[in-house]
Design a protein around this ligand. Structure first.
Ligand code: NDP
Length: 446
């Protein structure tokens, strides 16, 4: 490994050792792009990596709120404004009990390169809270969102920082957050938030964009590797926003989706009915265990989908980070899986990635494969600035084109450095990193 990369990683571990997901994300990017630093010694003189791994700003604040029984609760809110070399900070808000500064630094760091890959003018950021929206009433969610925004509003704006949804933050939460932002600012600025409802400034196809984009990316991977017409058997972990619309586009593409999961278990069904999954997860917000009763077919099992022994070609992890370790990756290979593309951020740990690489499993990393969501958020910002609304067909066509371009950038970055073009991990990291470093170098020593 390049000695500069090695030194920066060592210093990072000494300073941030307790933030294990953040260290994991930085280590994955820097070790896979070591060759770039061999060829550009100037980057060390300019301390480019030291500047890149430190967020420009991390904001932490108190979020007190009252439940329906009049009891007070206090959560922590955060916004990590990681890198603005390419444009305003852009990245979602996550509400989940596991949220802490280290998780948001990992997500914000990944977001920088993902946003760079879209080629759109957006920097990287991420935020959220350790608040758990599960089981809360709409009124409790609203009071929490309003308290959260009471602090966040002073740090965001259409030209500075534009949040969106992520885990636990869907259309309902974005509506409450945006509504309160408007009240506090006394003006309407639709470009300050993306993922808004289509009735008040949202973009058509934003809800579907991450899942659809993931499938568009996989289609490019299949084409580039000689399997363009193949109709694979697919499993998808998660049954939230990303997973549901990945399943929808996969089914529309004539692929067979045979399993999906949630945080407690998974369903297997050779005749999967996505309408029932939408009803259970989007409307009723319940467990997938209800699926066999509702649909009248399929089986439900507790535990991880990736421990199951079933036959499939493609896995699309769309739930959460570090869902797949080396043992699960080996089981996936034994199940016949030959392509993994990530709808979630960092669902595969390093051991899992090593298993993919050594067994020739094609691997589409999240920062490339799930970039369709943020790309369509940038399209929403563009529509808001122009006071225009594009048709579904137009947004979808642009999304499709962006995913084709992201795939092409990964391939070209590999070819430039003499690396196997099927190595999407290295391709995505180099393509994203080069764009950000070029912009940082051009803008002086910030
Ligand atoms: P949602 O909150 O809509 O859905 C998350 C899903 O993951 C739910 O089905 C949830 O189950 C499941 N889940 C949560 N924790 C676990 C766990 N430990 N094991 C297994 N399943 C789990 O989130 P999104 O769909 O928006 O996001 C999913 C992933 O995609 C995240 O990594 C996010 O960062 C990433 N992403 C999202 C984008 C977007 O546009 N929304 C854009 C790019 C990336 P349950 O229903 O039981 O809670």
């Amino acid at each position: 490994m390049n000695t500069y990369v090695e030194r920066v990683l060592q210093e990072l571990k000494e300073k941030n050792g307790h933030e294990k997901e953040f260290i994991q994300a930085v280590e994955e990017v820097l070790t896979s792009t070591s060759i770039v630093f061999d060829l550009h010694p100037l980057y060390e003189q300019k301390a480019i990596l030291e500047r890149l791994v430190e967020p420009e700003r991390s904001i932490q604040f108190k979020v007190p709120w009252m439940d329906d029984h009049g009891r007070y609760h206090v959560n922590r809110g955060y916004r990590v404004q990681f890198n603005s070399a390419l444009g305003p900070y852009k990245g979602g808000l996550r509400f989940h009990p596991s949220v802490n500064l280290g998780i948001l630094k990992f997500l914000g760091f990944e977001q920088i390169f993902k946003n760079a890959l879209t080629t759109l003018p957006i920097g990287g950021g991420k935020g959220g809270s350790d608040f758990d929206p599960k089981g809360k009433s709409d009124e409790e969610i609203m009071r929490f969102c309003q308290s959260f925004m009471t602090e966040l509003y002073r740090h965001i704006g259409p030209d500075t920082d534009v949040p969106a949804g992520d885990m636990g933050v869907g259309a309902r939460e974005v509506g409450f957050l945006y509504g309160y932002y408007k009240r506090l600012q006394g003006m309407t600025q639709p470009g300050v938030f993306t993922g808004k409802g289509v009735g008040y400034g949202g973009s058509l196809v934003r809800k579907e964009a991450t899942g659809y984009g993931l499938v568009y990316f996989v289609q490019e991977m299949l084409k580039a590797n000689g399997f363009g017409n193949y109709k694979p058997r697919v499993v998808i972990s998660g049954s939230g926003n990303v997973a549901i619309y990945a399943a929808e586009k996969a089914l529309q593409s004539g692929w067979k989706v045979i399993a999906m999961s949630d945080s407690k278990g998974y369903i297997i069904d050779e005749h999967l009915d996505l309408n029932w999954i939408k009803q259970i997860k989007e409307v009723e917000r319940r467990s997938l265990s209800y699926y066999p009763n509702y649909a009248g077919h399929g089986e439900y099992h507790e535990g991880s989908l990736y421990d199951a022994h079933i036959n499939y070609d493609i896995a699309l992890p769309c739930a959460t980070q570090n869902e797949i370790d080396g043992i699960r990756a080996r089981n996936m290979y034994a199940c016949g899986c030959r392509l993994v593309a990530e709808g979630a951020n960092m669902p595969s740990n390093q051991e899992a990635i090593d298993v993919y690489m050594t067994n020739g499993i094609l691997y589409g990393p999240g920062k490339a494969a799930n970039a369709g969501g943020v790309a369509t958020s940038a399209l929403e910002m563009a529509q808001n600035s122009m006071r225009l609304m594009w048709s579904s067909e137009e947004v979808d066509a642009r999304l499709h084109d962006i995913m084709i371009q992201i795939h092409e950038q990964c391939v070209q970055a590999c070819l430039k450095y003499g690396i196997d073009p099927r190595n999407y991990l290295v391709g995505a990291n180099i393509a994203g990193l080069e764009r950000v470093i070029d912009a940082m170098m051009a803008q002086g020593d910030y």
